[in-house]
Design a protein around this ligand. Structure first.
Ligand SMILES: O=C(O)c1cccc(O)c1O
Ligand SMILES: [Fe+2]
Length: 285
C-alpha cells in the first residue's frame, strides 16, 4: 500500500508564463516563492511552494503527494512497476528545482501525471499575498477520470485514499482528516479538473466574488455551499481554462471507523445547497 500523507503541489504547463504569473498573483492571490528559468513557483501557505507554472504544453500537468521517506518511495516505485506503470525517478536537478529530497513520477490509470515526493521543503517564512484573498492554503485537487470505478480502486487499494462521499460516480477521497484531498470527475480526458485553495471565512468568498466580477474573471459556479464537505465555495476560470476554487469550512472526519461514505446525486443539488448551478462541464450531465 502506498501511504500518501498529503497533496503537496501542482505543476502546470503554459505557453504564457507572464500571463499565468499575473493571474496567480493579482487574481488568485498567491505569492511568488521563486522564479527559475522557464518556471515560477508560488506559495499559498507555510510550504516553500504549492503551485508551479512552467513554460510548456498546457496539457502537461502534474499533481504531487508526499510519502513518508526514502524507503517508502522505493517501495512505492516497486509497487507501481509491478502493476505495469512506467516510473521516472526524479533527477538531482528536478529535485533541486522542486525543493524536495527525492521524487518519482508515474501516471494513474487515466493517464494523470502524479509525483510522489519525499521531504518537500517548508520555507520558514509565512505566506502573504499582495492581494488580500484570505487564502489559508492549498487544499485539494480534482482530477479527470475516464473510468471512475477503476480509478477509485487505484487510489483506495494501491494507495491509502478513503472515499468520504460520492456525487454520482465521482468519489471525494481523503488522505487524513480533511474531507477530501483528491476528487475524481468522470470525463473523456485526463488532467487537472480544478485546484482548491481554502480561504479563512465567508467574507473572503464574498469579497472575491465582487473583485472577480470587477476584473471580469469568468465565474463558473457559486457562491454556494457543498452538501458533501459543507464548505462554502466559489469557482472561476484561470489561465488555459483551468478551474480554480476557493472554499471555506471544509469539514474533517475524525470518527474514522464509523464514517460511511454517502451518496449524493449528480445534479446541481448534489453540488450546492444554496441553489447555485454549475457552469463547469465536469459537474454537469
Ligand atoms: O467540497 C466539496 O464537498 C466538493 C464537492 C464537489 C466538488 C468540489 O470541487 C468540492 O470541493
Ligand atoms: Fe473542490
Amino acid at each position: 500500500m502506498i501511504d500518501l500523507k498529503d497533496v503537496v503541489y501542482c505543476r502546470l504547463g503554459t505557453r504564457d508564463l507572464d500571463g499565468a504569473e499575473w493571474f496567480a498573483v493579482n487574481i488568485l492571490g498567491l505569492e511568488v516563492a521563486e522564479r527559475q528559468r522557464g518556471a515560477v513557483h508560488f506559495k499559498s501557505d507555510d510550504r516553500y511552494h504549492t503551485l508551479c507554472y512552467f513554460e510548456g504544453d498546457p496539457d502537461d500537468q502534474v499533481t504531487a503527494f508526499e510519502v513518508a521517506g526514502a524507503s517508502e518511495l522505493q517501495a512505492a516505485a516497486a509497487t507501481l512497476e509491478d502493476l505495469g506503470h512506467r516510473v521516472h525517478a526524479g533527477t538531482p536537478e528536478e529535485c533541486t528545482s522542486r525543493h524536495v529530497r527525492d521524487f518519482i513520477r508515474f501516471s494513474d490509470p487515466t493517464g494523470n501525471a502524479i509525483e510522489l515526493v519525499v521531504r518537500p521543503e517548508h520555507s520558514g517564512r509565512r505566506y502573504h499575498g499582495t492581494r488580500d484573498a484570505g487564502i489559508t492554503g492549498f487544499s485539494h485537487v480534482g482530477l479527470y477520470t475516464t473510468d471512475p470505478a477503476r480509478d477509485e480502486k487505484f487510489w483506495t487499494t494501491v494507495c491509502n485514499a478513503r472515499v468520504s462521499d460520492r456525487i454520482g460516480e465521482a468519489p471525494l477521497m481523503r488522505l487524513g482528516a480533511i474531507h477530501h484531498s483528491i476528487a475524481l470527475f468522470p470525463s473523456n480526458r485526463s488532467g487537472i479538473q480544478h485546484i482548491n485553495h481554502q480561504v479563512a471565512a465567508t467574507d473572503d468568498i464574498q469579497r472575491s466574488l465582487n473583485m472577480l466580477r470587477e476584473q471580469q474573471v469568468n465565474i463558473t459556479f457559486g457562491p454556494g455551499r457543498h452538501p458533501t464537505s459543507s464548505a462554502q465555495f466559489l469557482y472561476f476560470s484561470g489561465p488555459d481554462g483551468l478551474t480554480y476554487e476557493y472554499s471555506t469550512g471544509v469539514c474533517e472526519i475524525h470518527d474514522e471507523p464509523l464514517w460511511r461514505d454517502r451518496q449524493f446525486p449528480f445534479e446541481p443539488t448534489g453540488f450546492c445547497q444554496w441553489g447555485s448551478k454549475p457552469n463547469i462541464p465536469a459537474f454537469q450531465d
